[in-house]
Design a protein around this ligand. Sequence first.
Ligand code: GLN
Ligand code: ZN
Length: 755
Amino acid sequence: MTLTFTATVLGSPRIGPNRELKKAVESYWAGSLNAAGLDSVAKDLRRQAWTGLCEAGLDSVPVNTFSYYDHILDTAAMLGALPARVAGIEDELDRYFTAARGNDTVSPLEMTKWFDTNYHYLVPEISPSTTFSLDPSKVLRELEEALSLGIPARPVVVGPVTFLLLSKSVGSDAPLLDRLDEIVPLYADLLTILADAGAEWVQIDEPALVADRTAEQIAAVKRAYDQLSAVESRPAILVASYFGSLGDALPPLVSTGIEGLSVDLVDGSDSLASVPGLKRKHVVAGIVDGRNIWRTDLDRASAALETLLGNVGSLAVSTSCSLLHVPYTLDAETGLDEALRSWLAFGAEKVREVVVLGTVLTSGGESVADEFALARATASTRNTDPRLHDAGVRARLETLTASDPGRSPAAERRKAQSGLALPLLPTTTLGSYPQTTRIRLARAALRRGEIDETEYLNRMRAEISDVVALQEKLDLDVLVHGEPERNDMVQYFAEQLDGFVATTNGWVQSYGSRCVRPPILYGDVRRPKPMTIEWITYAQSLTRRPVKGMLTGPVTILAWSFVRDDQPLADSANQVALAIRDETVDLQRAGIRIIQVDEPALRELLPLRAADQSAYLNWSVGAFRLATSGVADSTQIHTHLCYSEFGDVIEAIANLDADVTSIEAARSHMEVLGDLNAVGFDLGVGPGVYDIHSPRVPGVDEIAGLLSEALNAIPAERLWVNPDCGLKTRSQSEVEASLRNLVEAAKLVRAKLQK
Ligand code: GLN
Ligand code: ZN
């Protein structure tokens, strides 16, 4: 039997405890740090991460989970599958970053969600002319670095099946999995290379197996791992699954010659009790939650491990997935109250939990009894903390969900809203305007106490007044206040709601060098006072045109937070919805006639398995409707959706029943309208007419063309004209030029319609 191990994690964060990698990479892009400088920052971070894990007591340490930008992009580079349009770029690092970010002439790879997490990966493009070839240099270098430091290193690579399933096929309709036979031999070569370099184990990540897979796909998995395990000279293979259950893929995978398998015991529910062959495998039990931030119930975890022991060949303790998705350590969090802090475990604390559980497996619980006792004690303070149960909120919710009649039918609402007196094809934007340096400086100055609240308020009001004046000048029909006061559309609300706490240093990589600090939802949600009224009414006081109230919806607030694990997400969603509902009612009372409730993350939380999807869509749509049904028919509700393909949730979008839905569409050329028609959607819709993710200014003809295309699908009475997302990342001049063209295009098409 191969040498086994008992305590590990599936991967670790890489951006640096103080975001060192972010800073270095951005300096490199800006030209103020050279490649050697970047390399040395990276090397230091890797050494720190590995030695930290080793010293904490892990006896197998993942390597090659480091990345300059993204691990799927790294995999594409490893397999010679970067897109042809960057092939001409001589410098390897520039080629890599150009594939990720594009430049003036080269468009970047598309970016999309990493399963149902908040991480985004780059989608490799595979065409019939892609010739795969192996470049093992990155993984090899990191393995050698680690071994030279005496680290029990386990190189990690993304597996062939997951790589192909996550890639995008260009120029061919054949399923990409047909290309498996081209890349499995490259993985086979890689195995031998890694063995020669001294790897005892290799971890091959196949998270794609936790989503629904066809029998054919599962057969392909089996074939691939039969072939790989037949390689003569190779390390022991650990196939890693995470983010859910393996389901039907489990028995075939176990029937191959791989030595180890990791299973997600947090989000997954595979029964390991009678899987033939599992007794000959090394099972890595992902029992410490790798993507949420709560302390593990050690008693329960060790009982579960105990039961598993009888079902498997040998057992190791691990996190349920890579620690990429949680902040580095609680040590950096000084502002949290003691009770709350004691309930949490970030990256370093989770590693300790793994080690503690591993210790129980190997040598019994005596030496770690104190830690079990502490876990028990904190669990009981958490269960009894009054902040977790607000009887008032719960009672209100119960009454409301039992008796809320919801809104009147759409046609009646349309009539009630005719007082808005909007023109045909009304033009609008989706909330934010450029977050200028001036705005960021003001926020920082307030935080540091250099300016007081009044000064801050005045500065933000000045921004709002500029944005309103600009929109009037451009002749937009429905205005926004520009969101200068918001750092982030979720954190802004979380900071004002009871039940949430913001971290000061809890950074998590979102994509590339971009990091976010998800708030923590720990208790019942209550809105102590209005959150947006002052800003919106100020904006409205400056103009006769309608200004939209701008709120974030319950699903998105949850999707971009760490959520409580002691009640169903649906219950948390309804509590947030109640707070948003109160805000809509206050906005209406203050004279605001249009309210937009953004739900860009609606698609993101969609469960990976079809069987779980309808329950999710039910509660998420329900929460949105709860949030938006407290207002009169005469108040127009808008929603905004972006960041994804909407095919899977198109019915849910219709069920949101918002009077107007603005939706990302510029890149998919209005296809979404046909999809909406197919489900009988007959409300207002603003398919984005240009892509705000790019600095490009769209021309009048181009926008008018898209509008005409849209008019082929829907009647003019329902069509709105807007960009496809908020404008905060764009420059002032791009925004002005683009919106000028947008308004002109709308007028042009409007004139034609009225002829
Ligand atoms: N109202 C937000 C904004 O304009 C919406 C952002 C988003 O959809 N991600 O910035
Ligand atoms: Zn958006």
